[in-house]
Design a protein around this ligand. Sequence first.
Ligand code: SF4
Length: 288
Amino acid sequence: MSTEAAQGLAEVHAQVGINAGPCPRNCAFCSFASCHGIFKTATVLGLEEIIERCDQFQQAGANAIYLMTTANFSFVEFLEIGREVRAALGPEAVLLANTGDFGREGAEALRQAGFQGIYHAVRLREGKVTLIKPETRLRTIRAAQEAGLSIATCVEPVGGEHSVEELTEMTLLTRDMAPIFSGAARRIPIPGTILAREGIVTEAEMALILAVVRLGIGYDVPLNCTHEPNGMGVLAGASILWAEEGSNPRDVQKQTNRGYSVEGCQTILREAHWKVAEGPSPAVLGKR
Ligand code: SF4
């Protein structure tokens, strides 16, 4: 089913986390949450470095490039960086944003800056383990859709405490967003945090969950994601993996050590007999 939905082509998307620092939204699973006191000062990668990393990802064969920030990063600065990255990568590149919540105007500005889509999720137990209301996340997703941006999303971050009912409800919510992909990603415990006590869901369990997500979202959602990259997930039907550089919310380092390379993701996919798309993402460009 996953092969058919993806028309036989898996993809590798690559993300550059462009800033690090304390974020007041205080998501309990995130290393940037102010309440954890892990990142005490705000830092941003230089524009040249951001462009270089994006360019390297593209040259390595990434089908789409994402720029990620913490939720409190200046939206104006993000748009400026986006415009520069778009200009540097050229019109063929597929560029998506992974940033905080915004309204219709913000969505339009993202499109004008050269973004074709966003990664945005209503996180599991949003509003209970985060300071963001689920409605706010949904409003952002609607605003993006109205501006013609593609939506990429996922059932995340999965922990052992989540019930089948919660996972099911979230699976159906992601299906209703008509995204380019849904899927399932597990929570990586941040040492010393309350949620770290819940431990980590195994890759084998995640393989089952993402396979059920695939069944639940149907054939209209081209791709099925798992994160972090792993062979079991891919064999169970995940058709998109992520390469990463820069910051990320699952790591306590400014430059993540947890990120896979594009080549590493492609190898995992090919080992499971996936054919990997070449060039700009067919899912985002709607060529499937
Ligand atoms: S997940 Fe995003 S919104 Fe939540 S604390 Fe981390 S950076 Fe802020």
